[in-house]
Design a protein around this ligand. Structure first.
Ligand SMILES: Cc1cc2nc3c(=O)[nH]c(=O)nc-3n(C[C@H](O)[C@H](O)[C@H](O)COP(=O)(O)O)c2cc1C
Length: 179
């Protein structure tokens, strides 16, 4: 049964984001800064066969600064129709492989490139939201790779909720937890 649950969790993450309206397309990425938790919504762009979650961001963003200082991170997913929660935790690194970076950057469509070319870095205070300036010369695109070390599922159902945890170090063997 644990093996089946692991496959389900893995499939939901690996293929869910491909569907535009799938709730796992969006997730909540938590990092830590001086022992303070910091969380934000991000789009899941890919999950590799080796269970690495892929996110795109601006290389000047606060999350990149924080994750360079402390790479530990957790991502939360919730599927309201299936009543399924998934948590994935591990260390985040920045993708450096040029070929892979180009592959992902080519997926950015049309005006979405604006997310990576603001003249001032993300989080810079501005007086008016219409006054954001862009610099086409410099694309601050980067790819965050969260290598999942632990994956936790919580399936809400009656009579028993099913909570499970799988760890890379245990070859994803898995165990049930009290919900
Ligand atoms: C629906 C939604 C999707 C988002 N997707 C991303 C994303 O994929 N990458 C990203 O860097 N920020 C994304 N954001 C913005 C972040 O939530 C956040 O506000 C921004 O990245 C700055 O975060 P930081 O200061 O912690 O770096 C998204 C926001 C929303 C509401």
């Amino acid at each position: 049964m644990l093996c089946e649950i692991f496959k389900t969790l893995r499939n939901e993450l690996q293929f869910g984001y491909l569907k535009r309206k799938h709730p796992f397309r969006y997730c909540y990425l938590a990092s830590a800064c001086d022992s303070r938790p910091i969380i934000r919504t991000v789009v899941l762009r890919d999950m590799t066969k080796d269970l690495e979650l892929i996110f795109f961001t601006d290389s000047r963003s606060q999350k990149v600064i924080q994750l360079k200082q402390n790479p530990q991170a957790e991502v939360l997913f919730y599927h309201p129709k299936k009543l399924l929660q998934i948590k994935a935790s591990g260390n985040v690194s920045l993708l450096t492989d040029e070929e892979k970076l180009n592959y992902y950057q080519n997926k950015i469509q049309g005006p979405s490139i604006n997310d990576y070319i603001t003249k001032e870095p993300p989080s810079t205070p501005i007086n008016n939201p219409d006054w954001v300036e862009y610099n086409n010369e410099e694309v601050n695109f980067c790819v965050l790779v969260l290598k999942i070390e632990a994956l936790e599922g919580l399936q809400l159902k009656r009579p028993n909720h099913i909570r499970t945890r799988f760890k890379r170090q245990d070859s994803w063997k898995g165990e049930f937890l009290v919900p």
